[in-house]
Design a protein around this ligand. Structure first.
Ligand code: HEC
Length: 106
């Protein structure tokens, strides 16, 4: 009986984790965007490092687009050094949350 309980608990936990993996939560992203708004929050902003780059506006783009862009930076398919550094610190859940958040911005 004890064993069965442990199994059920494990199964329940696994279910929560896999559900959280795929669904982006815009509210959860609010604690994560602090590291993005420094560059992406300012209209017409250009970074000065490592070279002068025009920073694209990401608010209002589709969640799918933002998600795949961040995954491409993380994997190295997209090469921009500052975005690669940022994306390398993000989990799949972070990326889904951020995509949901920015997709809901105008
Ligand atoms: C140091 C400044 C900086 C920070 C911090 C930063 N970005 Fe970026 N981001 C850029 C620049 C510059 C580009 C354009 C890079 C390129 O040309 O590939 C970019 C591109 C992107 C793109 C692709 C946009 C497109 O139109 O293809 C996404 C999505 C993105 N950033 C999301 C984020 C998110 C989410 C965060 C926070 C976790 C973040 N960025 C933090 C500077 C920054």
């Amino acid at each position: 009986m004890k064993k069965l309980f442990a199994l059920l608990a494990l199964a329940g936990f696994a279910h929560v984790v896999s559900a959280a993996d795929v669904v982006g939560n815009a509210d959860a992203a609010k604690s994560k965007i602090a590291m993005c708004i420094g560059c992406h929050g300012i209209e017409g902003y250009k970074t000065a490092f490592p070279e002068v780059f025009q920073v694209p506006m990401i608010g209002g783009q589709s969640a799918k687009y933002i998600e795949s862009a961040l995954q491409a930076y993380r994997k190295g398919d997209r090469k921009h050094p500052s975005m690669r550094g940022i994306a390398g610190t993000l989990s799949d859940q972070d990326i889904a949350d951020l995509a949901a958040y920015y997709a809901s911005q105008k």
